[in-house]
Design a protein around this ligand. Structure first.
Ligand code: NAD
Ligand code: WQD
Length: 337
């Protein structure tokens, strides 16, 4: 089966290509414009797996180039990771996020329709739920008020897909709603790389431990949680990747509805302070952290009901928080930035 992975040089895409190759999918094509990644990630994938893939420098916003790609390669399944993903950046540059994330998706759907692609997996996000009233959130939980233009692009992406699916029953589509992907590949060769200063918790923890930051601020210690800090559902990036491989199997068995949404989380909430303590235990490094003000737009607590993923994808999260911080720390030490 010829599989196209858009954004395959990026964080989740690169880990997913590895798992696809590990599971015997040999015809992998990837397109990326390297706006938030580096082409060298493909050589690392090839080094890890001993397999080769076909990759092209292509901007999904350019529908003509995309058409040429689909004309040349007979793609049956698309996994669409390519998007801009920084929440604060999207607040500063909303037009950039709407333009990139939505036109990329629309161009892709145009080609999917024109070239008879049968299966699509879309990268969605728990940010579509906003600040949920009932926990854990399941797939029936309605969209919340999006806290950023980034989150709005994911809500709109799912709405576009739902409408597209109604008049294109021949295309089976799954939207996977990731919670908080963290960690890195056990080889230490690939992980989350940054073109700008990261603003997510675990990279900030590892950068602080590596001496690249002087201190870490815990954003809020007066929340109504066990220790006063916010709770998230962190999930190892390799578990996210394996879920995509299982989603391909599920797509081929889908009957009736041709559009489905599935949460990808571990189902367990972890607080910011618990994450910090796990890191200190696993790495043996004492973190210089202070308790600070709440961050604007933060949700107090969110974690997934992942029973649908377990049931339909026959998937389970294999890694715990200690595994996540351990692999992230290894990656940080290898990266040296
Ligand atoms: P990433 O930035 O590492 O990877 C995205 C890749 O897409 C990058 O390599 C980038 O260069 C490429 N890209 C962006 N716009 C493009 C375009 N117009 N044409 C071609 N390539 C383009 O991000 P990631 O963490 O791997 O995220 C993958 C997907 O998962 C994204 O859609 C993201 O919104 C979603 N997601 C990520 C997280 C997370 O915390 N990492 C959580 C939920 C959802
Ligand atoms: C986690 C917790 C912070 C930094 C984001 C996106 C979401 C999704 C996942 C893409 C929060 C706290 C953080 C720091 C801290 N991405 N924190 N000090 O905000 O849950 O989700 O990534 O779809 O859309 O919004 O992740 O890692 O930024 O924060 O205390 O220096 O860590 O307040 O409680 P978030 P995060």
């Amino acid at each position: 089966m010829n599989i196209l992975v858009t954004g395959g040089a990026g964080y989740i895409g690169s880990h997913t290509i590895i798992e696809l190759l590990n599971q015997g999918y040999k015809s992998i094509y990837s397109i990326d414009n390297y706006i938030n990644s580096d082409e060298s990630n493909y050589s690392k994938i090839e080094e890890i797996t001993g397999e080769s893939i076909t990759y092209l420098n292509l901007d999904l916003k350019n529908v003509d180039s995309l058409r040429s790609f689909f004309k040349e390669y007979r793609i049956e399944t698309v996994i669409h990771f390519a998007a801009l993903k920084s929440v604060p950046d999207s607040v500063q540059n909303p037009e950039l996020y709407y333009d990139n994330n939505l036109f990329s998706l629309i161009n892709l759907l145009t080609c999917i329709k024109e070239f008879g692609v049968k299966q699509l997996i879309f990268s969605s996000s728990c940010s579509i739920y906003g600040n949920p009233e009932v926990l854990p959130v399941n797939e029936q939980t309605p969209f919340g008020i999006a806290e950023s233009p980034y989150a709005t692009t994911k809500q709109m992406g799912e709405m576009i897909l739902r409408d597209f699916s109604k008049i294109n029953p021949q295309v089976k589509i799954i939207s996977l709603r990731y919670f908080n992907p963290v960690g890195a590949h056990k080889s230490g060769l690939i992980g989350e790389a940054f073109t700008k200063r990261p603003n997510n918790l675990l990279p900030i923890i590892t950068q602080t431990a590596a001496g690249l930051r002087t201190e870490l601020t815990v954003f809020g210690s007066d929340y109504n949680t066990n220790d006063g800090s916010c709770i998230r559902d962190y999930i190892h990036v390799v578990d996210v990747a394996t879920a995509h491989v299982k989603a391909i199997n599920y797509l081929s068995t889908m009957v009736g509805e041709n559009f489905d949404v599935i949460n990808l989380g571990t189902g367990t909430g972890t607080s910011v302070l618990e994450m910090i303590h796990s890191f200190e235990k696993v790495s043996g490094v004492k973190l210089n952290y202070i308790l600070g003000e709440r961050r604007v737009g933060d949700v107090e607590t969110i974690y997934a009901d992942n029973s649908k993923a377990k049931k339909l994808l026959k998937w389970n999260a294999e890694f715990n928080i200690d595994d996540m911080v351990d692999s992230a720390w290894k990656w940080q030490q290898n990266m040296k930035i």
